[in-house]
Design a protein around this ligand. Structure first.
Ligand code: PLP
Length: 345
């Protein structure tokens, strides 16, 4: 009954096997391995983006901050949601890597930026005077931090507003696969066709040991990204082990299967909680993360039985408990059902 995070899951056997296969003989270092050639080609194919530049890094934070640094100069600003991981959970790494560039937050329900609020934020910054931060980019998180999903149309609407004001668009896709399978869109529809310039393509939360890709749909910034990745200590000498993980992830659409499993488990959990007396979902459950309230006795029984998840309302001290529950590819129906039976009592 482990619902604290999706990156607490184990690594699927296909990925471990791929690592074992890669662990033979010699390969050129620093991203020049033959496996990476295949990974680049496959990601270009998956995203219908034959020109895209593709790189691997080891954390979602690295993917985000190296991407944003390419899109925002030291005098610039990146607009993000109030709850964005870059704003709340990256210890000012975006600002450090942007070398003075700053994040400006924009509100919106359920983790999604409200288009009207984005218009207002842009209007406050434009026309840009020498005194204010120069709006440089918009970053959207999909799956959002509240477990909701932007549809391609919603991405296109926000990206259109940003582009109309001369900004670039980044997507934090730490849970991109979960959003994609939830929406039914193609990878291209969810990204460059909707106006996304750079994608942090998550792998770790969806089963990899520690690999994320950065996809620059316009390769104009590719060389800059390479310099920034090296300078950011994210260019791996034994790169083949990163490539091997990503290769296994993409093979036979493993990445989509893993995300479907995680989303299915979240839906089962959500249905069960919604049916409880006193159970309430705080946001629509559209991917593999849910926020829910349920009575304190249920919480006490479940945690006493070993359930692990983040309890939001301990901060607020109410009797109804708000919980953040995250499922992963390895969450079983049995785990979900056991948890629900403890909540029911
Ligand atoms: C939406 C989002 N983006 C980025 C990250 C960063 O990932 P990492 O912890 O690998 O740096 C996370 C991790 O929690 C996340 O939830």
């Amino acid at each position: 009954m482990f619902f604290a995070s999706d990156n607490a899951s184990a690594v699927p056997p296909q990925v471990i096997d791929a690592l074992a296969r890669a662990n033979d003989g010699y390969e050129m270092p620093y991203g020049n391995d033959t496996v990476m050639t295949g990974v680049r080609a496959r990601l270009r194919e998956v995203f219908e983006a034959p020109e895209a530049a593709v790189y691997l890094v080891s954390t979602g934070t690295a993917a985000n901050v190296l991407s944003l640094a390419c899109l925002c100069p030291p005098w610039g600003a990146v607009l993000c949601h109030d709850t964005a991981h870059v704003q709340v959970d990256e210890c000012n790494a975006p600002e450090a890597f942007m070398n003075g560039g700053k994040l400006l937050t924009v509100p919106g329900d359920g983790g999604r930026i409200d288009p009207e609020a984005l218009k207002e934020a842009l209007a406050r910054l434009l026309p840009a005077a020498v005194h204010n931060a120069q709006p440089a980019a918009l970053t959207l998180t999909n799956t959002t931090e509240m477990g909701t999903v932007y549809s391609p149309d919603q991405v296109a609407q926000l990206a259109g507003l940003a582009k109309g004001a001369g900004l670039s668009v980044h997507m934090d896709g730490a849970r991109f696969a979960n959003a994609l399978v939830s929406s039914g869109a193609t990878p291209a529809e969810m990204t460059w066709k909707a106006g996304v310039d750079v994608l942090s393509f998550g792998g770790t939360k969806n089963g990899l040991m520690g690999v994320e890709a950065v996809i620059l749909f316009d390769p104009a910034k590719a060389q800059e990204f390479e310099f920034r990745r090296k300078r950011g200590a994210q260019l791996f000498s034994k790169h083949r082990y990163l490539s091997a993980q990503m290769q296994a992830y993409l093979a036979d659409d493993l990445w989509l299967d893993l995300a479907k499993r995680a989303n299915r488990a979240a839906a089962r959990l959500a249905d069960g909680i919604a049916a409880l007396p006193g159970g309430r979902l705080m946001h629509p459950v559209e991917a593999n993360m849910l926020f829910a309230e349920f009575p304190a006795e249920g919480h006490a029984r479940a945690t006493a039985a070993g359930a692990t998840y983040y309890n939001l309302a301990e901060l607020a001290g109410g009797s109804e408990l708000g919980a953040r529950l995250v499922t992963s590819w390895s969450t079983s129906d049995a785990e979900v059902d056991a948890f629900l039976s403890h909540l029911r009592g």
